[in-house]
Design a protein around this ligand. Structure first.
Ligand SMILES: Nc1ncnc2c1ncn2[C@@H]1O[C@H](COP(=O)(O)OP(=O)(O)OP(=O)(O)O)[C@@H](O)[C@H]1O
Ligand SMILES: [Mg+2]
Length: 249
């Protein structure tokens, strides 16, 4: 579904991606891991077309995105849903309006259709009787659920999750993981999940990609990640201080 081919990106003098090759296969859950600052969110911003590579290509659904103009990007972005790192809810709107937002922006559906769709998505993420709540009254886990309902409101082909479990306790993390697995199984969408949390990555991933110093240093199945001798993966997974990681990077 999505393929990066030798993608490089620098911000000023700072190289962030340095020849990244990776694939996010259709209908699977791909998890990207790596240190803080490794460029994980930058990968998602490339997929959304918010930033463009300096060199290399990004293929989406078999198309070379370097050939897409602004209008094509705007059209194709509707095929993607995104759950942002901090949920990024609109605090001036209640739960219902947050989930309705993409439907109002991108479709011409009637008010009745919108209400029905919103209730359907809220049910899918396990939020019932919460539609009139102010987002500021929600717990972190509930905010993630609303963010997820909003991300899937337009029935996207691809859903991108930037650290869906950051700031959540281990049990709520597990609940969100289960929600990711359930919604993916129900919709058959392509999911890309950025994560720091290895327990969570192992639970949900079909494949795991690890970024380090601008390159992909591991890209294989979850089982292969659990069994690999790759010292970078082992150190990251075990959170060890000693190992090949430059801890001042
Ligand atoms: N638009 C931008 N302009 C300049 N620098 C940027 C921009 N976006 C990202 N960066 C830089 O790129 C580097 C990687 O950022 P990124 O947000 O992808 O890290 P990350 O792997 O998602 O980290 P974290 O796990 O902390 O979220 C950082 O040094 C960041 O400052
Ligand atoms: Mg990030």
């Amino acid at each position: 579904m999505i393929r990066f081919e030798q993608v490089t990106k620098s911000f000023g003098a700072q190289p962030i991606l340095n020849g990244v090759d990776l694939t996010f296969p259709k209908g699977k859950i791909s998890v990207v891991i790596g240190r803080s600052g490794a460029g994980k969110s930058v990968i998602l911003k490339h997929v959304m077309g918010f930033i463009k590579p300096d060199n290399g290509k990004i293929w989406i659904g078999g198309e070379d995105t370097s050939e897409w103009d602004q209008k094509t990007w705007r059209h194709n972005r509707k095929r993607f849903g995104m759950l942002f790192q901090d949920s990024a809810l609109f605090d001036s709107m209640d739960v219902m309006e947050n989930v309705a937002f993409p439907l109002r922006e991108h479709t011409h559906k009637s008010e009745e259709e919108i209400q029905t769709l919103v209730m359907e998505k809220l049910k899918l993420v396990g939020l019932v009787n919460a539609e009139k709540k102010a987002t500021t009254d929600l717990s972190g886990g509930m905010r993630k659920r609303v963010g997820l309902a909003r991300a899937i409101a337009l029935d996207p082909e691809v859903v991108l999750f930037d650290e869906p479990s950051s700031g959540l306790d281990p049990i709520v993390t597990h609940v969100i993981d289960q929600l990711i697995l359930d919604t993916q199984a129900q919709t058959g969408c392509t999911y890309v999940v950025i994560s720091h949390d290895m327990a969570s990555a192992y639970r949900i991933a079909d494949k795991i990609t690890m970024l380090y110093e601008g390159k992909v240093v591991f890209d294989d199945t979850t089982q292969a990640a659990q069994n690999t001798d790759n010292p970078l993966v082992r150190q990251f997974v075990e959170g060890q201080l000693n190992g090949p990681f430059n801890i001042y990077y």
